[in-house]
Design a protein around this ligand. Structure first.
Ligand SMILES: NC(=O)C1=CN([C@@H]2O[C@H](COP(=O)(O)OP(=O)(O)OC[C@H]3O[C@@H](n4cnc5c(N)ncnc54)[C@H](OP(=O)(O)O)[C@@H]3O)[C@@H](O)[C@H]2O)C=CC1
Ligand SMILES: O=C([O-])CC(=O)C(=O)O
Length: 257
């Protein structure tokens, strides 16, 4: 497939290499205007230049970019894969994306990101789901630049500290670079307002640990993953980038898991 990418950060670079290794081509990358000169052959600064020669767009640039560019891409009929799933916690953004997708006859594909077990959760949600809790735990460095830094002295932390307790909606909106997983759990299960979230900075760990506890008519499950972060960004787990590649494989395959 001819792919257009949004963003040139840690996830975008991983995805770009992985999709090209699988025989797809990256024909344009949407970046901020000031960055186009870094690679004028590939980098563009408008949606129309991104979509001109593209069959599918992949967003790896975060909430603001999905909000800003997503509706125009979908409205022109191109499918869009996004890893910035927490942007959907803002109902206005979710509605704009859904109505643009309907208008363009396109689909917004949500990559599962740094978590697993969403298949189990969404099946369980078709029955009665009683309770879903998500706990996100990262080393202090992974919370730098987030509101956790206003509550905790992250560089000097010696024990694990919970810095946020609330709903998945509040978590996704307040931590756009750290709580996309909370949004994925919410969308698969009980929704943004019924999913309970705790976020923890933990100096005793070196990986990003994500846990889901769920109970309902299906029974009970506990899922935990310890994800390696990407070399270029301690906030982002490698699995988040891998989930984008896997979503592309599903889209381009005749048989879908
Ligand atoms: N679903 C999940 O489990 C996860 C989702 N994520 C989401 O993915 C996003 C990207 O992660 P990651 O690659 O690690 O982050 P990085 O900070 O490494 O990269 C972000 C990239 O997006 C670009 N960008 C941001 N806003 C815009 C914009 N408006 N227009 C054009 N480019 C833009 C940045 O450009 P510049 O450098 O010029 O600012 C940068 O190239 C995160 O912000 C987060 O929302 C992350 C981890 C897990
Ligand atoms: O990459 C991770 O481990 C999780 C993350 O940042 C997010 O949920 O936004």
């Amino acid at each position: 497939m001819r792919i257009g990418l949004i963003g040139k950060g840690a996830i975008a670079q991983y995805v770009s290499n992985a999709v090209q290794a699988r025989g797809h081509s990256v024909c344009a990358v949407l970046v901020r205007s000031g960055s186009v000169s870094q690679n004028p052959e590939l980098f563009v600064d408008s949606v129309s230049n991104l979509t001109a020669n593209t069959e599918l767009v992949i967003d790896c640039a975060g909430h603001r970019a999905l909000e800003e560019y997503g509706p125009q891409i979908l409205a022109c009929g191109l499918d869009l894969v996004t890893v910035s799933i927490g942007a959907l916690a803002d109902q206005r953004v979710a509605d704009a994306l859904a109505s643009a997708a309907r208008e363009g006859g396109a689909k917004l594909h949500l990559a599962s990101g740094a978590i697993g077990a969403l298949d189990c959760l969404s099946a369980a949600a078709t029955g009665k789901l009683e309770k879903v809790t998500y706990v996100g735990r990262k080393p202090p460095l992974g919370w730098m630049g987030s509101p956790a830094a206003d509550k905790l002295h992250l560089e000097a932390l010696t024990i694990a500290e919970t810095h946020f307790k609330g709903t998945a909606r509040e978590a996704a909106l307040r931590f756009p670079k750290n709580a996309n997983v909370a949004a994925a759990v919410a969308l698969a299960g009980l929704g943004f307002d019924q999913t309970q979230v705790r976020l923890i900075a933990d100096p005793s760990i070196t990986r990003n640990i994500h846990e889901i506890e769920a109970e309902g008519d299906f029974g009970q499950f506990h899922f935990q993953i310890s994800g390696n972060s990407l070399p270029d960004n301690p906030r982002s787990s490698a699995l988040a980038a891998m989930s984008v590649v896997s979503k592309l494989e599903q889209i381009s395959s005749p048989v879908v898991l």
